[in-house]
Design a protein around this ligand. Structure first.
Ligand code: ADP
Ligand code: ASP
Ligand code: MG
Length: 406
């Protein structure tokens, strides 16, 4: 008998029929003698609808109240799934994050899970019940409802699996595993049987939303056996592995991308110590995260300084930098929220030279200009104009031999 945590995403619970299908799958696993904890998301589109509703009432709604509002989507699906389970003779209990003490910090909208008290869940499991827990939500020390950031039900699932020391955490979604890149953008993308934890971490942090980044971080920290599978079809899915295999690794395992990018350039700032600090410190004080940074080689005592940020922070960051530019006597501030980031990821990079040049040649061959570059041990990212996103991703997918040969 195993203890399995299964998480079902929005599309998997999008209608009464799909909820019934989930119930049947859960029942099948239970029938094999396993104990099952299920984490569900809100029905697809529901969280977006709630956010829109909140903004319509108050464009500047307090973050606390937004969390009270947007956490309700998951409360609907836990009840519906528990009902569906009961209907087919499977004893079930639904719980909100509050009820099972998913304790988080108090950062509304992107709270971090700090502790889970699994007593109540264990009691139910011991009584033979399936336990259905609302994803995406928690409660802070003062009893306020918090949410974990978009896609946060993945993190609820993995955190519960860690707390319960589950034998496996299964993430059921609308694709049958982790692909070499988003199959919606590259039809030739193929499912990976396994992916190393490190690669999954990079893919998630570089924009592949199949797993929320924090869920992968959690999985790594607690070594949670994690698998991504389809809720619509049977199959082995993709296993996230923690050991480097001795087998020859593919050079590149996947291509990630994100449209959520914007770039700011301060032209003609005095080339003297402290400039980067000055600019980035102001940006940090405005609570804006900076991703890539490039400072040009100075000329005539001045230099250009560029950095990227999330697109949602573009307006605020522009205001901060414009105010600063006057103070620094910079020549000009140029903003561009029409850029995207494309990254190639693979542990095979460690032992092979020449990946960057192959990547840059492939982009050049398509006439795609690279605006910024950043690298780590197992990834190379570039910033390019938004209109080249699909073309760039497809070109790289092909050049690194990832296209499916069907
Ligand atoms: P859920 O609602 O189940 O949490 P998401 O929409 O959050 O599902 O995540 C699944 C989606 O992630 C897929 O439909 C796919 O378009 C997208 N995706 C992006 N990159 C990848 C990838 N490398 N492999 C698989 N899916 C990916
Ligand atoms: N319902 C939340 C969202 O749409 C959480 C999730 O789906 O994981 O972001
Ligand atoms: Mg998701």
């Amino acid at each position: 008998m195993a203890l399995i945590v299964q998480k079902y995403g929005g599309t998997s619970v999008a209608s009464p029929e799909r909820i019934q299908a989930v119930a049947e799958r859960v029942q099948r696993f239970r029938g094999q003698g396993h104990q099952i904890v299920v984490v569900v998301s809100a029905m697809s589109g529901e969280t977006d609808r709630l956010i829109k509703l909140g903004k319509a009432v108050n464009a500047d709604a307090p973050a606390r109240e937004m969390d009270v509002l947007i956490s309700t989507g998951e409360q609907v699906t836990i009840a519906l799934l528990a009902m569906a389970l009961e209907k087919i003779g499977c004893p079930a209990r639904s719980y909100t994050g509050y009820q099972v003490h998913i304790r988080t910090d108090n950062v509304y909208g992107k709270a971090r899970i700090q502790q889970i008290d699994e007593t109540r869940i264990r009691q139910d499991l011991d009584l033979g019940r399936v336990v259905v827990v609302a994803g995406f939500q928690g409660v802070d020390d003062d009893g306020n409802i918090t949410t974990l950031g978009r896609g946060g039900s993945d993190t609820t699932g993995v955190a519960l699996a860690a707390a319960l020391k589950a034998d496996e955490c299964q993430i059921y979604t609308d694709v049958d595993g982790v692909y070499t890149t988003d199959p919606r953008v590259v039809p030739q993308a193929h499912r990976l049987d396994r992916i190393t934890f490190e690669e999954m971490l990079e893919m998630a942090s570089l924009g592949s939303k199949v797993l929320q980044l924090r869920s992968v971080e959690f999985a790594g920290k607690y070594r949670v056996p994690l698998r991504v599978l389809s809720s619509f079809a049977e199959g082995p899915g993709t296993l996230i592995t923690y050991e480097e295999s001795n087998m020859e690794q593919p050079l590149i395992s996947g291509i990630a991308f994100t449209r959520d990018e914007a770039k700011l350039t301060v032209r003609g700032v005095p080339d003297r110590p402290g400039i980067a600090y000055h600019i980035l410190d102001e940006i940090a004080k405005a609570n804006i995260n900076v991703d890539m940074i490039v400072q040009n080689v100075g000329l005539d005592g001045t230099t250009d300084f560029s950095f990227t940020i999330a697109r949602g922070d573009f307006k605020k960051a522009t205001q901060v930098v414009q105010a600063l530019a006057k103070e620094l006597k910079a020549r000009q501030v140029v903003g561009d929220d029409n850029v995207v980031k494309i990254s190639v990821v693979g542990v095979g990079m460690r032992s092979h030279a020449g990946i960057a040049s192959r990547m840059f040649k492939a982009l050049a061959d398509e006439g795609i200009n690279i605006q910024m570059i950043s690298t780590s041990e197992i990834k190379i990212s570039v910033v390019v104009e938004e209109k080249y996103l699909e073309l760039g991703v497809r070109a790289l997918h092909n050049v690194f031999g990832l296209d499916q040969t069907a």
